[in-house]
Design a protein around this ligand. Structure first.
Ligand SMILES: C[S@@+](CC[C@H](N)C(=O)[O-])C[C@H]1O[C@@H](n2cnc3c(N)ncnc32)[C@H](O)[C@@H]1O
Length: 285
């Protein structure tokens, strides 16, 4: 498997900047928080208020939890997303500690056993491609949690995507528009941009592009641009992701010896095959 290196498209500035530019539209913060708020409220009541969001993105959860009364530290290692986060914090009149750490450096830069809850959501672990990197990140998350604290780690349900990718490739067709994140996803709630796989890489990762889809107005007319979202260099904005298999993330959490793992499907208890996202609650014993 290939190492996550600075050569990955994920870290190429023109792609990272373009993703950050449309991230608020892709996420739709207001809608996401509306869907998620009661889920987080239950967790805060149960586990406590000292929270670290390990990859805050535009800051939906960091802001929402802070406004709920939590003591939030917002980590965002991507400088372009950090700018978006800062704008959103300013707009919300919030001043939070903001860090810029990679997960591999998290535990040595933040106090151990100091958080009640850690967040790694929005399908973020998928950005690590090797078992070694994935396990190191999870170990570091665990070190920062106090005993009895909870890691909330989510993952995209890749199964339907994988199935359609395999079927499409088997027919010798190009990968085009096989998955939409919108349509009921609790995380990426925007209705104007979807991510879709364009390539299966030798290492097993998938490369995705983002497509702007038609938004119909009341007269059923298409408004705005339609087609791939482009970088400043007019290339399709890309991202590379490791598509976890069923049970793989749960297995990793067990490997780093979290005491107990409970899985939710689109924020509801239990496992549903049709979910867009799974949320794992991993408790440190
Ligand atoms: C898909 S975005 C999700 C952002 C945000 N949580 C959300 O839900 O919108 C992936 C996140 O993972 C972070 N990330 C990716 N690789 C990382 C690494 N090695 N260390 C720390 N953060 C990383 C990115 O900076 C980004 O915040």
């Amino acid at each position: 498997m290939s190492q996550l290196s600075s050569a990955s498209v994920n870290y190429q500035p023109e792609h990272a900047k373009a993703r950050a530019d449309f991230w608020p539209e892709f996420v739709d913060a207001q809608k996401r928080w509306q869907i998620e708020e009661s889920f987080w409220r239950g967790l805060v009541d149960q586990y406590g208020i000292r929270v670290l969001d390990t990859c805050s993105g535009a800051g939906v959860e960091a802001i929402g939890l802070s406004q709920m009364g939590c003591d939030v530290t917002a980590n965002e290692e991507d400088p372009f997303l950090r700018d978006v986060l800062q704008v959103n914090l300013d707009d919300s009149n919030l001043v939070l500690p903001v860090t810029d750490l990679k997960w591999k450096n998290l535990a040595e830069n933040l106090p151990e056993e100091s958080f009640d809850m850690l967040l790694c959501v929005g399908n973020s672990l998928t950005y690590l491609f090797t078992r070694e990197d994935q396990l190191l990140a999870l170990h570091n998350f665990k070190r920062l949690l106090k005993k009895g604290g909870v890691l909330v780690l989510d993952e995209r349900n890749y199964m339907p995507i994988k199935r359609r990718v395999e079927e499409t490739l088997a027919k010798g067709k190009p990968l085009e528009y096989t998955s939409s994140c919108g349509n009921g996803s609790p995380m990426y709630c925007g209705e104007t941009i979807v991510a879709y796989p364009v390539q299966v890489n030798e290492s097993g990762t998938y490369t995705f592009h983002y497509k702007r889809i038609p938004k119909l107005d009341s007269a059923q007319e298409i408004r705005g641009q339609v087609g791939d979202v482009l970088t400043e260099n007019r290339e399709p904005v890309a991202v590379e992701m490791y598509p976890f298999s069923v049970l793989e993330v749960g297995g990793l959490l067990q490997q780093v010896e979290f005491e107990r793992v409970a899985t939710f499907s689109d924020l509801e208890p239990g496992i549903s095959r049709s979910a867009h996202f799974y949320q794992h609650l991993a408790i440190k014993g």
